[in-house]
Design a protein around this ligand. Structure first.
Ligand SMILES: [Mn+2]
Length: 193
């Protein structure tokens, strides 16, 4: 499995209000994508605070991590955020999101997912995580609303085995100038083109 991301700040800002992270916990891989409200340093602080809170929740389920993070970042602007837990042995991934981080599993068939209504840090309702089975040939993509509707057409799909190039391609193709942009890609089989 290979994971890579591509980010770009709102024009004129040095701090990006989108933050992505991924890490291992025992047999699972966890991914966090957070979009701090607005842009600039306050947005970045909110997004970094979210990631710190969910990284500090080892052993908890995704819904519990989101609830904990919601309380932990109450003094920040708040974020839109999605957590993904990948179980490579079982070939399943579980998703919990609040706000407008979107994602898709692209491959023989495409499955898209979106966050629940709300803002993490402003008091969220209970979340019910979704679990998807994936195929080793699939690619998982997560993106903030700095990207327009993402579709992996031929322009970018040729990079399906190279998550860094795929993420860069999607950012270049679908990124807007009106917001921070982040896109994270996962190639499960780890094959190199
Ligand atoms: Mn945004």
């Amino acid at each position: 499995m290979k994971i890579a991301s591509s980010l770009r700040s709102f024009p004129g800002e040095t701090a990006c209000g989108d933050v992505v992270a991924w890490w291992r916990e025992n047999d699972a891989t966890l991914i966090a994508v957070a979009d701090g409200l607005g842009h600039g340093t306050s947005a970045r602080l909110a997004a970094e605070s979210f990631v710190a809170a969910v990284e500090d929740s080892s052993g908890l389920g995704l819904a519990e991590r989101m609830q904990r993070a919601d309380r932990a970042i109450v003094r920040t602007r708040g974020v839109a955020a999605t957590l993904v837990q990948i179980d490579l042995a079982a070939m399943t991934l579980t998703v919990a999101g609040v706000g407008n981080i979107q994602g898709g599993i692209f491959g023989a068939r495409t499955r898209r997912f979106d966050g629940a209504a709300g803002i993490v840090g402003a008091g969220i309702r209970a979340i019910r995580p979704l679990t998807f089975a994936f195929d080793p040939a699939d690619v998982l993509v997560l993106w903030s609303d700095g990207l327009r509707h993402v579709d992996i057409d031929e322009t970018c799909w040729r990079f399906r085995d190279e998550p860094q190039r795929l993420a860069d391609c999607l950012l270049a193709r679908f990124g807007c100038e009106s917001d921070d942009c982040s896109v994270l890609c996962v190639a499960f089989d780890g094959a190199v083109a």
